[in-house]
Design a binder for this molecule. Structure first.
Ligand SMILES: [Zn+2]
Length: 334
């Protein structure tokens, strides 16, 4: 069985060179892959655009119209979030790529997959593009899979909380959202007490980490919280919002994960459900994001690619783990 990777030069049309979220990001990742032995192990596929009707099932008509209007000549949605000319199609292509890979994996035509897409998506809520994100790629794919009766786990390891993804599924139990993230930090959401509402209570899991926390803290969180809850949820597929700004050298970050640890997280998730599809979110250190990407791809392919990279995390994660278990104890066994 194969690992599929999707990328298209069409994503480069979404670009503002002096903005941290620019086309150089995927350029270095594609370069890194081409130089790696893994390039012989993966199947490259061209992305397919998301059917427009699906956009309207997750995002409001006003939000979609705003992106379309800004895409005519290029504009800004807010101080952080730019729209390049033609981005209504580019952003739909990014979302379509994630769904396409998920469907291929669900059909058993690939074991797992990686969507090397831009613009990213996890800050986009049902009603608002923000935080460098226009449409929510992971959420659109998860929603479409859910309509097919699949249980979807969204695991978000970006340094920023995926407020958009969380809000879209906050009152639903067909899609579970899990995130660890730096706290306090942009966008300000993701407290332990945010566990979902109504039918979705217990189906949102947040781990806000203090500055400087690293591999050891997140490893404990995975072992004691994320993996046990995920096993009980029994997902049919796991979509990973793969943000590499949680790496220790990221200019927009503040956590201290090492490159190898990104692969280690994939391995933990594969133990829950081998159908894993990653979609690129943040990550802004051009010297490291390619290595973090290959660490995860190596684990997807089954050929780990360790690199020399060390960082010492600080802080004690145990009190947080106690708090999270307490917040979720009515819903899951620990
Ligand atoms: Zn981020």
């Amino acid at each position: 069985m194969t690992t599929q990777v999707t990328f298209s030069a069409a994503f480069d049309a979404h670009d503002t060179p002096d903005h941290p979220e620019n086309a150089d990001r995927t350029a270095v990742m594609v370069d890194e892959l081409s130089l790696s032995p893994l390039s012989a192990d993966v199947e490259m596929v061209s992305p397919e655009i998301l059917p427009e009707r699906l956009l309207y099932e997750v995002h409001s008509a006003e939000m979609i119209e705003r992106v379309k209007e800004a895409s005519v000549a290029g504009s800004w949605i807010d101080l952080d979030t730019y729209v390049s000319k033609g981005d209504d199609a580019t952003a739909r292509l990014a979302a379509g790529a994630v769904l396409q890979l998920c469907e291929t994996v669900m059909q058993g035509r690939a074991q797992n997959a990686y969507a090397l897409v831009r613009p990213p998506g996890h800050h986009a809520s049902g009603e608002r593009s923000m935080g460098f994100c226009l449409f929510n790629n992971a959420a659109l794919a998860a929603h479409a899979l859910s309509k097919q009766g699949k249980r979807v786990l969204l695991f978000d390891h970006d340094v920023h909380h995926g407020n958009g993804t969380q809000s879209i599924f906050y009152s639903r139990r067909d899609v579970m959202y899990m995130s660890f993230h730096l706290w306090p930090h942009y966008p300000g959401t993701g407290s332990v007490q945010e566990i979902g509402e109504g039918a979705g209570q217990g189906y949102t899991v947040n781990a806000p980490l203090g500055p400087g926390m690293g591999d050891e803290a997140v490893r404990l969180l995975c072992d004691e919280v994320f993996v046990p809850v995920a096993r009980q949820f029994k997902p049919d597929i796991i979509i990973v919002s793969a943000g590499y700004d949680s790496h220790h050298s990221d200019p927009l970050g503040g956590l201290r994960l090492t490159a190898d640890f990104f692969g280690e997280m994939i391995k933990s998730l594969q133990g829950v459900q081998p159908r894993v599809v990653c979609t690129l979110e943040g990550g802004y250190n051009l010297s490291w994001i390619g290595k973090c990407f290959l660490s995860q791809l190596g684990m997807l392919v089954g050929r780990p690619q360790p690199v020399e990279d060390q960082a010492v995390g600080t802080g004690n994660v145990h009190p947080l783990i106690v708090d999270i278990k307490k917040a979720l104890s009515s819903y899951w066994r620990f």
